[in-house]
Design a protein around this ligand. Sequence first.
Ligand code: MN
Length: 220
Amino acid sequence: MKTKPTKPKAEPLEEYRSKRNFDVTAEPKGDRSSAKSPGELLYVIQKHRASQLHYDFRLEWRGVLLSWAVPKGPSLDPSVKRLATRVEDHPVAYGGFEGVIPQSEYGGGTVMLWDRGTWTPESEDVDAALEKGDLKFALAGKKLRGSWVLVRTKLGYGGSAKPQWLLIKHRDRYASTADILTEEPRSVLSKRLLVEIARDEGGDVAKAAKGDPAPIAARR
Ligand code: MN
């Protein structure tokens, strides 16, 4: 009888931990844990001024944070599709992290807790939806609310070698053409801008400042 070689199941946070030196970075090492209130699933977006500015979109599922990097950030406009690259799962404790990752470290730069709350699956079977590449959910954050979808694109979409995902707002009363990214640029944890987090915590202030929206006067 032929036996299929079974791939050893990777430790959930193996890739996350392998990329980081926890003696150097203040990011949590993370142990498998679930949300504080049973039945509630954590949702967070971290604005991350790394080499490229992006928004890390994270949904708690099965004791970790499923994670996507969204270069342009979320849009409340249902006609706008935002590219989202699936990245390694993060520990649930990461959902409380705001601060500066040392420049020498993976993802070095300033991190802001841009939004936080809970999420509810709207797809019946989340694992099947992730497998299929079509996950529907509702967000109850401070900034993002209502119904959304993450849909996986076909291989080669936008010239990418890897399958990508798109983050799209569904049409509901929370849909809007307002630019939430420039209208609400501050941390939901500390009300700070990126530049203020970098200044307070010994980060690269000039680099962080480039991730904040230009002052209103300069935008006119
Ligand atoms: Mn990131």
